[in-house]
Design a protein around this ligand. Structure first.
Ligand code: IMP
Ligand code: MG
Length: 189
């Protein structure tokens, strides 16, 4: 049995309403940068960035845009922080040369994951690369990541919901909550 999140949630950090409002704002904020006639590629970082990406792209109406997915392994189940080493487990299926790339991520913590992704994508000659993250755990940054659009800056607490998982569960929650790790029992196996 997977533990019910209500047993270990500490508090709702960002509510469903706050997320909706901010996503709408971010959609509007990012529009001017996305110019008509230029090719825009939204790169969703799986799996955490999925909720944010699908909500965000519906708020962007200006240019014709395409959506691509990339998966990166930062840390295994049970670990609560990423190691320096980052592995691309799913790469883009599209050439990005000459395109404007907007990377959409759930959270930037140490910055290692995004820094590696940006470094890799830069070698493919995009016209630009911008980063849009829902959450910025700024206190834990080890590597500088240029964040163009940010939903919420948060303190150093482990969070879940709205794309972010507790050992792969509860990504579907419509809000972001903090975890009381003392009350959390990781799933067996
Ligand atoms: P970074 O490489 O340390 O910046 O870690 C980034 C990745 O770690 C994110 O894409 C998330 O998947 C994951 N992550 C970091 N903090 C949290 C958290 O509080 N909850 C869930 N996942 C997190
Ligand atoms: Mg992630």
């Amino acid at each position: 049995m997977v533990q019910d999140y209500r047993e270990y949630i500490d508090k709702v950090l960002v509510s469903e309403e706050q997320i909706k409002t901010r996503v709408r704002e971010l959609g509007a904020e990012s529009q001017p940068g996305l110019r008509r006639g230029e090719e825009i590629l939204i790169v969703c970082i799986l799996r955490g960035g999925v909720m944010f990406t699908v909500d965000l792209v519906r708020e962007i109406t200006v240019p014709p845009l395409a959506i691509e997915f990339m998966a990166v392994s930062s840390y295994g189940s049970g670990a609560r922080q990423s190691e320096g080493e980052v592995r691309i487990t799913l790469d883009l299926n599209t050439r990005i040369a000459g395109k404007h790339v907007l990377i959409v991520e759930d959270i930037i913590d140490s910055g290692n994951t995004l820094a590696s992704v940006i470094e890799l994508l830069q070698t493919r000659s995009p016209k630009s690369i911008y980063v849009c993250t829902l959450l910025d755990k700024y206190e834990r940054r080890e590597v500088e990541v240029p964040i163009r659009y940010c939903g919420f800056k948060i303190k150093n607490e482990f969070v879940f919901g709205y794309g972010l998982d507790m050992d792969e569960y509860y990504r579907n929650l419509p809000f972001v909550g903090t975890v009381d790790l003392d009350r959390y029992e990781p799933p067996a196996g």
